[in-house]
Design a protein around this ligand. Structure first.
Ligand code: PMP
Length: 304
């Protein structure tokens, strides 16, 4: 992998190779980090960062859940995101702010300093080339998501991603493009790193935040754009078998964007290819970046 040259770490821009941390950092041992994934897009009006403030607000919310003080303000983290894009000459499309418990004690409750970094790199299409059109084959994972009041699914924290790694690695090992997890209730939760939408009779059905999922900003964007376009959206508990019975199915996330799913557990979903509602949602979503969808909510922030 080719790494970009510059990273923001603890208040200054450093060379990629110099942005290191100690092997005894708390986060490395106990998963005590919180992070974000944010996309940048080229638009007819120049490069933008998508929902920067909303993402970094979630970063602070995740840190609050884990009682981790971040020694910078929201405005400073937002500025660091701009700075690192600029330093790398606008050659990247993905931002990764991360705050983590650093070196300063080995006990689980140690009050270590919180280190903060913002990296950026070129992500391209997360689940592979041409998947946005062709879709992927998914499977239901043998691993469930965490139960309520165990690991808080609403935090985007490093340790939470042990779950996602089990789901994603099992799916890849079995030859699937991505894995879908059930909640501890046995009802549908979400993909390894994506939220889920099922289409029935032209309406979108998505799993509720009570189903051990991360409340995705792409999910929120889709719900908002769909409702504005007169498409019905229902947040509801959904059983596993509905994956096989829906007309269309897609997953969404900052990395995966809007990825159609053409089969689950070897059963064809709908027509076995991207359906018309999925395509319409993609048009509305990518329209934000090609100028066809109005940015009514101020989601696009010009790169400074
Ligand atoms: N669920 C999980 C577990 C994720 O990791 C992600 C990606 N951040 C999402 C859902 C989608 O969230 P977002 O749309 O905010 O990227």
């Amino acid at each position: 992998m080719q790494y970009p040259e510059w990273i923001w770490q603890n208040g200054s821009i450093k060379r990629w190779a110099e942005a290191t941390t100690h092997v005894m950092s708390h986060a490395l041992h106990y998963g005590s980090s919180v992070f974000e994934g944010i996309r940048t897009y080229d638009t007819p009006n120049g490069p933008i960062i998508f929902r920067l403030n909303d993402h970094n607000q979630r970063l602070f919310a995740s840190a609050k859940i884990y009682d981790m003080p971040i020694p910078y303000s929201l405005a400073q983290i937002n500025a660091a995101c701009h700075e690192v894009i600029k330093a790398n000459g606008h050659s990247t499309d993905y931002l990764r702010p991360v705050a983590y418990r650093g070196l300063g004690g080995f006990g689980l409750s140690a009050d270590t300093p919180t280190d903060v970094a913002v990296a950026t790199w070129k992500m391209g299409q997360y689940l592979g080339p041409s998947v946005l059109e062709e879709g992927i084959d998914a499977c239901v994972s043998s691993w469930q998501r965490f139960a309520p009041n165990t690991i808080p699914a609403g935090a985007k924290a490093g340790g939470n991603y042990l779950s996602g790694q089990l789901v994603a690695r099992e799916a890849r090992r079995l030859g699937f493009g991505e894995g879908i997890a059930l909640a501890s209730t046995g009802l549908l939760s979400e993909g390894a790193g994506e939220n889920l939408f099922l289409v029935f009779n032209g309406a979108l059905h998505t799993t509720p935040v009570s189903a051990a999922l991360l409340n995705g900003l792409t999910r929120n964007t889709i719900i908002t754009l769909a409702r504005d376009a007169g498409i019905e959206v229902v947040e509801r508990d959904l059983p596993r078998e509905y994956l096989y019975l829906c007309d269309e199915l897609f997953m969404c996330g900052t990395a995966a964007e809007i990825t159609p799913i053409r089969s689950v557990d070897g059963r064809q979903v709908g027509s076995g290819r991207r359906g018309p509602v999925t395509e319409r949602i993609q048009e509305l979503f990518f329209g934000l970046f090609n100028g066809k969808t109005a940015d009514k909510y101020g989601w696009l922030e010009a790169v400074k």
